[in-house]
Ligand binder design. Structure first.
Ligand SMILES: NC(=O)C1=CN([C@@H]2O[C@H](COP(=O)(O)OP(=O)(O)OC[C@H]3O[C@@H](n4cnc5c(N)ncnc54)[C@H](OP(=O)(O)O)[C@@H]3O)[C@@H](O)[C@H]2O)C=CC1
Ligand SMILES: O=C1OC[C@@H](O)[C@H](O)[C@H]1O
Length: 393
């Protein structure tokens, strides 16, 4: 008799910043509020590299169960036998060392995007997950949204014919006075010590739409790593402030254009009046995706037959009324739970090989742009005593 009880996953949260809070609150929502009944999530431990008090405050703030363990170090978190999977929510600079710490402790891992600072680090993480037979996934939450699933289905159905070009932009207009960008130099968005810059923080989403539409849906044997042509403007901190990438897929005669900037905005007035931030263009028409590339909520299907009348479909993010919360990160958590339940070590929606290819595109882009990051955060040598793992910042 198949079990009707939902499969439960016990999460350990590594770090207590903004995204950790957002993701944890999504974990704590009732899955039934998004019509999910086959999996559920428990938050059993939280760690802060700052202090155990910080972890305790976090647990209280997100209204996690009082039984949730609070730790003052990442090392203690990964040693907790009650944790099934670790969510790594530190800056990208820390992801390699922190995710390795968890994998080496035989924990499954969901690691925030961008996965790492370099492609070599990503390859090392995946080698480790594979050799230890652990689940590992990059937390590109957008891929698990209903709109992404539907857009991929439309492309697969041939609704727009052969897809020849995708233009995708995620930019935030933070141009400030005196040529400055409106982030303090020590902010992770521009701080090279934290792998700052537009590409690794925002550009990953433009690349996500390029890859979802031009790479992911190809038959395995026809997937090809693109040629990369990049233009990078650097900020005085050494991080990239505006980056534009042309990705050429010769085998399929397709091109992707991925745009990202901290100077100008994809959506200058916050009202989507500037139209689609993503255009997926095919031989029979195009799909325009409207809204921020990380969480768009509308697509428009325009075909030659539609005679100027686009099919417009809107999406919503379900909220748990009990918690008055819903952000849209729960769908990636549900994917992790289903993979763990089914013994899958990687998500078919974002396979390890695709995370590697995307990181290689970003490697090449940063190389062409002359952007380099400090050895401490770009080394692919795991060190459990790295300051990135011990919290000695
Ligand atoms: N999927 C999404 O929508 C989003 C994803 N992100 C991703 O999540 C990651 C974290 O971003 P965000 O939560 O905004 O960042 P925050 O700065 O808000 O949080 C980062 C946390 O990492 C820990 N940390 C450890 N060492 C350092 C250090 N040297 N400097 C700063 N923090 C440190 C801290 O937690 P503690 O002290 O408790 O250890 C800190 O609170 C990034 O990789 C980003 O790309 C960010 C926003 C949205
Ligand atoms: O992943 C992200 O999505 C939203 C952005 O505001 C944030 O900087 C980025 O990390």
């Amino acid at each position: 008799m198949a079990s009707s009880a939902p499969y439960t996953v016990k999460w350990g949260i590594m770090a207590t910043g903004w995204i950790a809070e957002t993701f944890t609150q999504d974990l704590l929502t009732n899955p039934a509020s998004r019509d999910v009944h086959d999996v559920r999530h428990e938050v059993v431990a939280v760690s802060s590299s700052s202090s155990v008090q910080r972890a305790e405050e976090f647990i209280a703030k997100v209204k996690a169960p009082s039984s949730t363990k609070a730790y003052g170090s990442y090392h203690e978190l990964v040693a907790d036998p009650n944790v099934d999977i670790i969510y790594v929510a530190t800056p990208h600079s820390h992801h390699f060392q922190n995710a390795m710490l968890a994998l080496e402790a035989n924990k499954n891992v969901l690691c925030e995007k961008s996965l790492t600072v370099t492609a070599s680090q990503t390859r090392k993480l995946i080698e480790t997950a594979r050799s230890k037979n652990l689940f590992f996934m990059e937390a590109v939450w957008t891929r698990y949204h209903p709109i992404s699933i539907k857009v991929r289905e439309l492309i697969t159905s041939g609704a727009i014919g052969n897809v020849y070009r995708t233009v995708a932009d995620l930019s935030v207009g933070r141009d400030g006075p005196d040529g400055k960008i409106d982030f303090p130099d020590n902010n992770r968005m521009v701080n090279a010590d934290l792998a700052g810059g537009a590409l690794l923080d925002l550009g990953i989403y433009a690349l996500t739409w390029v890859f979802q539409s031009l790479y992911h849906l190809q038959p395995e044997e026809e997937k090809e790593a693109p040629k990369v042509f990049a233009a990078v403007n650097k900020y005085h901190t050494g991080a990239d402030e505006t980056t534009s990438i042309i990705l050429q897929f010769p085998k399929h005669k397709s091109q992707g254009i991925a745009l990202t900037s901290l100077r100008v905005a994809s959506d200058p007035d916050g009202k989507d009046t500037s139209g689609a931030s993503i255009r997926i263009q095919g031989s029979k028409g195009e799909i325009q995706v409207v809204g921020p590339a990380y969480r768009p909520l509308q697509y428009r299907l325009i075909t030659k037959e539609s005679d100027g009348k686009a099919e417009v479909v809107n999406f919503t993010i379900p909220k748990d009324p009990e918690r008055d919360w819903g952000h849209g990160m729960f769908w990636e958590a549900d994917e992790c739970a289903r993979c763990l339940r089914d013994g899958q070590k990687e998500s078919k929606t974002l396979p390890w090989s695709e995370s590697i290819v995307i990181m290689e595109v970003m490697d090449e882009t940063l190389k062409q742009g002359g952007v380099t990051y400090p050895e401490l955060i770009s080394t692919d040598v795991y060190d459990p005593q790295s300051p990135l793992n011990t919290g000695k910042r």
